[in-house]
Design a protein around this ligand. Structure first.
Ligand SMILES: [Fe+2]
Ligand SMILES: [Fe+2]
Length: 245
């Protein structure tokens, strides 16, 4: 399997994983009684993610990949939280995590689209880019609804110590001295130079994610990506206490 095929097969898995996580989140949203508008939007996100998974798999085949089912990784189908926590706290985690992921996905797909010249790769990137911007708004709207329902302070007390964990992939990104360079033919299929990729994800954390959490009062104004990176060094997901809302 070449780098292009591997990238789009992996992206298909990521999209199915997102569908699964948002489906579980939708169930929790029903249980805690969020608005019908948010519930309908949640179901749209799930169906968007299934469609993304399908078109990424089609692109994998178009790039010469052999027909193969997309295998999911069970540990990725679990929200980055304490599975023993009460449901409404797990929902806060799910919404917070999604807000982080969708913010970064937007940047990544904008870059994929800039590179892509293959018509099918461009179509796939355009569809996903358009949808992810609505998903980002959705995730923050759910967070806002939860702050309204349970009060800002209890939600902040749950979100604040976990934010570094939700961003761990981007905060921890370490490039090797010698990163492989992709051929122009791979970039034409929407791949991104690894160095630019990681740098852009990190910048998105600073320029989009951190300010969005600060604006909502869920993160103190002076917090930076550097501070969250330091917190991550000593973070133990099982040892973080949260306010019982
Ligand atoms: Fe997606
Ligand atoms: Fe999405």
């Amino acid at each position: 399997m070449d780098v292009v095929q591997r990238a789009w097969l992996r992206q298909s898995r990521t999209e199915y994983t997102a569908a699964s996580l948002v489906a579980e989140m939708t169930h929790w949203m029903c249980v805690v009684g969020l608005s019908p508008d948010l519930l309908v939007r949640a179901t749209r996100v799930v169906s968007d993610e299934v469609r993304h998974a399908t078109i990424c798999h089609e692109l994998y085949l178009h790039a010469g990949g052999a027909p193969t089912p997309v295998s999911l990784v069970p540990r990725q189908l679990i929200h980055a939280d304490d599975p023993e926590a009460p449901m409404h706290l797990r929902l806060i985690t799910a919404a917070g995590e999604l807000a982080c992921e969708e913010s970064v996905a937007l940047t990544v797909f904008r870059m994929r689209l800039e590179n892509a010249t293959d018509p099918m790769a461009r179509d796939v990137c355009e569809v996903i880019l358009r949808d992810e911007s609505t998903h980002r708004v959705f995730a923050f709207d759910v967070l806002d609804a939860l702050s309204e329902l349970y009060g800002l302070e209890p939600v902040r007390a749950w979100v604040r110590p976990r934010l570094c964990w939700w961003l761990r992939i981007y905060l921890r990104a370490k490039l090797r001295d010698e990163e492989p360079r992709y051929e122009p033919s791979a970039l034409a299929f929407g791949l991104i130079d690894r160095r630019e990729h990681w740098q852009a994800m990190r910048e998105t954390v600073e320029s989009k994610v951190i300010p969005a959490f600060q604006k909502r009062g869920l993160l103190e104004p002076e917090a930076t990506g550097e501070l969250l990176t330091r917190e991550l060094e000593t973070f133990d997901p099982r040892a973080v206490g949260g306010a019982v809302v």
